[in-house]
Design a protein around this ligand. Structure first.
Ligand code: GDP
Length: 194
């Protein structure tokens, strides 16, 4: 996709807040600090469309951005940050489950994992929801510039094992080198073309 314009549309927490219209949606999910904002900014060629988080996990909103006239890019709230207040944590699950199960515009979810970390329970929960609701996942493994080739292979095995994924399911990415950008766009384009 050639990104010409990206525009913030609105934020919300529940179905009444979701944008009207029938643009297909691609949502982005991952634990706080995983590099979700950095990935989105690289994909749409913007320095700061999505703010990289200084206090992760504070904003628990679903943010909708329109890309061209083509689709809605949906930034889902990061999860798994220890310092988030308990009531905010409790809201995350119903908010996500409602969006993922009810949103008919949704055609795919980019699930972002850190190459250096073992996936957390919420990562597994996300993948389970996607499987249960038949939403195609695009699994992105980011911060690949931080590890050696050997480490990449080793960590990939850990991630695949924990998540029940195959090698072909992993899309390697680095916001620094921009490795993987085109491949991720190809996957997004394929979902939008369906
Ligand atoms: P978010 O909380 O998931 O939106 O994560 P951010 O995009 O704000 O990234 C968290 C931190 O990781 C920031 O300091 C980023 O600069 C850094 N970061 C994100 N992606 C990469 C990457 O691919 N490589 C490296 N080296 N650092 C990254």
């Amino acid at each position: 996709m050639i990104v010409k314009t990206t525009e913030f549309i609105k934020s919300g927490t529940k179905p009444a807040h979701y944008p009207e219209g029938d643009l297909p949606e691609i949502a982005f999910a991952g634990r706080s600090n995983v590099g979700k904002s950095s990935l989105i900014n690289v994909l749409v060629n913007r320095k700061n469309l999505v703010r990289t988080s200084s206090t992760p996990g504070r904003t628990q909103l679903i943010n909708f951005f329109q890309v061209n006239q083509d689709f809605m890019l949906v930034d889902l709230p990061g999860y798994g940050y220890a310092k988030v207040p308990l009531d905010v944590k409790r809201n995350w699950r119903p908010m996500m489950e409602t969006y993922l199960s009810k949103r008919e515009n949704l055609v795919g979810v980019v699930l972002i994992l850190d190459i250096r970390r073992v996936p957390v329970d919420e990562d597994l929960q996300m993948l389970e929801w996607l499987r249960a609701f038949s939403i195609p996942p695009i699994v992105v493994v980011t911060k690949c510039d931080k590890v050696s080739k050997n480490e990449r292979a080793k960590q990939s095995a850990v991630i695949m094992q924990r998540m029940g994924l195959d090698k072909g399911d992993l899309n390697y990415f680095s916001a620094l080198s921009k490795e993987g950008k085109e491949g991720i766009w190809d996957r997004i384009d394929a979902l939008l073309a369906k």
